[in-house]
Design a protein around this ligand. Structure first.
Ligand code: DAH
Length: 436
């Protein structure tokens, strides 16, 4: 599935949420591009049972201060629940968001600058939170329902049964509130098992923003707590959109996230199209009551830095952010939002199709993980181009097209044939499918 985002209904199956077969252009999204137009209404979080005991109000708990690149044995653990690969491990600690001249670092800094000018000194900034978090922090503490699709090992990288590579920076909301911070921005790398194309990569970067208000603020404004939070949220984020993209038109779309009520998505009209920029809302009161102090109100937002950087800097393929090629890196400079990526060349693609009879256990995310492990960043896209069910046997066949293309050089037939042969062998031996 191309994307499961955290406003997908807990009850939506993968297919309900998979728009890929029906849309040729993917809807844009919150996370990297991990957004999907969701066809179903989401269950209100207030009706969901709590799945864990949370810390009592007002007790400041220490924030996990581990930083730096995790050790391999802490990521690839041998646990039966572990599904992290070396390909993913190698991306850890690269910290693109902490490189001042990298497009991801430039966007992060521009957002920091914006919030600093709007509310000098108010927002604490964190960009070195350890990416390995508990399932409690990643899901329970932000009220992600027990049956939500994002908890599946098909979608999330598990280190062991209770520990994951964070799939969103919302994983740090509760702990940062418990540490007593009333306003903060947390930036970090996040990890999701997903399909492969120009806008999806299993590692990307998000920023989470939270601001807490106290009672005197909404009474002084003559508003209810929720009115003030919503008004400040929308003002802050529209201002952010204009800071990054110029004088763009903005619109608000009602959304659903487990952690906010009401919830919204911000869209901007940019280069002739409405683009989704971020998700946000008024924080579920229970998160605040359980982790901060009673009698407060807060807003929260989450945005994907790759998404913003691709739109702003005209970067056509998400793999470019991981490139060490100076022809890419030298086009960007700290503080310069005006850069527009100039393609240095587009090397030819090489297409390989493979058809197989699937079994019920087959998942597209597993196929993509396998292909990525063999082909690395030479894999540009994996798409299902045909599917049919044999009426007599009831078996279903899928045909997937793998697009190989290097960002840096021309590929030879021999190397692609060799990669594709390894893909075919592993698909047959590991994915419980029958090649045709
Ligand atoms: N965590 C969401 C995601 O990854 C993004 C998000 C949406 C964060 C709304 C928020 C929020 O804090 O209020 O898709």
């Amino acid at each position: 599935m191309a994307l499961r985002k955290l406003n997908a209904p807990a009850t939506a199956g993968r297919l309900a949420n998979d728009t890929r077969q029906v849309h040729t252009v993917r809807p844009i999204l919150v996370s990297a591009f991990h957004g999907r137009v969701c066809p179903l209404a989401f269950k209100p979080a207030s009706k969901l049972g709590r799945t864990h005991a949370v810390a009592p109000a007002c007790v400041a708990a220490p924030v996990e201060l581990k930083t730096g690149k995790p050790r391999r044995e802490d990521v690839i653990t041998g646990s039966p629940d572990n599904n992290v690969t070396d390909y993913i491990y190698e991306k850890m600690g690269m910290d693109l968001h902490r490189q001042a001249d990298h497009p991801i670092g430039i966007i992060k800094q521009a957002i920091y600058d914006y919030f600093e000018s709007r509310n000098p000194g108010l927002f604490q900034k964190f960009d070195d939170r350890y990416p390995i978090v508990s399932t409690r922090a990643n899901f329970d503490e932000v009220l992600v329902p027990a049956d939500h699709v994002s908890r599946s090992p098909n979608d999330t990288y598990y280190v062991n049964a209770n520990t994951v590579l964070r799939c969103h920076t919302s994983a740090h909301q509760a702990e940062t509130l418990r540490a007593g911070h009333p306003a903060f921005l947390v930036t970090g790398d996040v990890y999701r098992r997903d399909s492969i194309d120009a806008t999806h990569y299993p590692v990307f970067h998000q920023m989470e923003g939270v601001r807490v208000f106290s009672e005197h603020e909404w009474t002084a404004a003559g508003l209810t707590a929720t009115q003030l939070a919503e008004k400040d949220l929308k003002g802050a984020l529209e201002g952010l959109a204009k800071h990054l993209f110029g004088d763009v038109e903005c619109r608000w779309i009602d959304a659903y996230f487990p952690f906010t009520e009401p919830s919204f998505e911000l869209e901007i009209f940019f280069k002739g199209k409405w683009l989704e920029v971020l998700g946000c809302g008024v924080m579920q009161q229970i998160i605040l009551d359980d982790n901060y102090k009673p009698g407060h109100k807060a807003w929260a937002f989450g945005l994907g830095l790759e998404r913003l950087a691709m739109v702003l800097f005209d970067v056509p393929d998400i793999r470019l952010f991981w490139s060490n090629d100076d022809r890419f890196l030298k086009q960007f400079r700290a503080g310069d939002l005006s850069a527009r990526f100039k393609p240095y060349s587009k090397f030819p693609a090489c297409y390989k199709d493979m058809a197989f009879w699937v079994s019920p256990e087959f998942s597209e995310n597993n196929l993509c993980e396998l292909v990525r492990n063999i082909g690395g960043d030479l894999v540009e896209e994996v798409t299902c181009i045909d599917t049919f069910t044999n009426k007599k046997t009831g078996r279903t066949s899928n045909c997937f097209r793998i697009t190989y293309r290097s960002m840096e050089r021309s590929l030879t037939d021999e190397e692609i044939n060799a990669l594709q042969e390894r893909v075919r062998q592993q698909v047959a031996s590991e994915l419980k499918v029958e090649l045709r």
